[in-house]
Design a protein around this ligand. Structure first.
Ligand code: 6PG
Length: 252
């Protein structure tokens, strides 16, 4: 991406998925505190899927909830499935159950992708407007933190192998077609936004990610086959948090 110089990723191996969630929670809290110290809102895009649930529950727990100024924290979403809000497949529903609900976050601080509507393209346009309105700029939004997962097929957010959205070089949010369950249209941030973040943090756990993690991080470049390789923040940090199972194939 960009000038073709790959961002050096910081690879951190955690004992297990609980340790991974704890490490991620400390990083979240530290970045949040930094934004608060500088009198800025802390804007973070949440990852979907299952892995982040432990992190979200931890952030809402007694151990972390007081460490973060939630009144100046704004939650966004890296992607959403085009399903009803109460669907088991909804990333928003997962975040409500694990983080937003338990903390009682104000609606004004939660900016979900309205992907439940019948037209995914409209949802993408509306979310683009939400980003422009809340970041207060017409220039590319720069998130303080973007949380990402990686699928066993190498996708991240809803940027699936060989999908149209991989080539998006200007729009911030687009519709994309799924490569994995649930086979419904998706709405996703694009690489220009992801690679403009100040900090990007991958959360990858489980044996089913071992092979792909090694290929993405240490294999030859093949970004259309493994879109996670295209996450290269141009002026930001890139950290991969893996548990031992997911990291087993890495030469470290
Ligand atoms: C989604 C996520 C997706 C997820 C990966 C990993 O909407 O599904 O954005 O990119 O992060 O598929 O999911 P798991 O953490 O459940 O393995």
């Amino acid at each position: 991406m960009g000038n073709g110089v790959a961002t050096v990723a910081d690879i951190v191996v955690c004992k297990d998925s609980d340790s991974l969630a704890l490490d991620a929670a400390y990083r979240f809290a530290a970045l949040s505190a930094s934004a608060t110290r500088n009198g800025r809102p802390f804007r973070v895009a949440l990852a979907g899927g299952n892995t982040p649930a432990k992190l979200y529950k931890l952030l809402a727990s007694q151990q972390f909830r007081e460490a973060i100024d939630w009144s100046s924290t704004h939650l966004y979403f890296g992607d959403e499935r085009c399903v009803p809000l109460d669907s088991e497949y909804s990333n928003y529903r997962m975040a409500v159950e694990t983080l937003i609900g338990p903390l009682g976050l104000l609606e004004a601080n939660v900016h979900r992708i309205p992907a439940e509507q019948p037209e995914p393209e409209q949802a993408a346009e509306q979310y683009t407007q939400t980003l422009a309105d809340t970041f207060g700029a017409s220039t590319l939004p720069r998130f303080d933190l973007i949380l990402l997962g990686m699928g066993s097929d190498g996708h991240t957010a809803s940027l699936f192998p060989h999908s149209a959205a991989l080539n998006e070089a200007s729009r911030w949010v687009v519709r994309n077609e799924p490569g994995l369950q649930p086979f419904v249209p998706r709405v996703t941030l694009t690489f220009p936004v992801i690679n403009n973040a100040a900090n990007v943090l991958f959360l990858v756990a489980g044996k089913d990610k071992t092979e792909m993690a090694a290929k993405v991080l240490q294999g030859p470049p093949a970004p259309h086959e493994m879109p996670s390789q295209s996450v290269q923040p141009q002026n930001g940090t890139l950290t991969w948090l893996l548990d031992r199972d997911a990291a087993r194939g890495l030469q470290l």
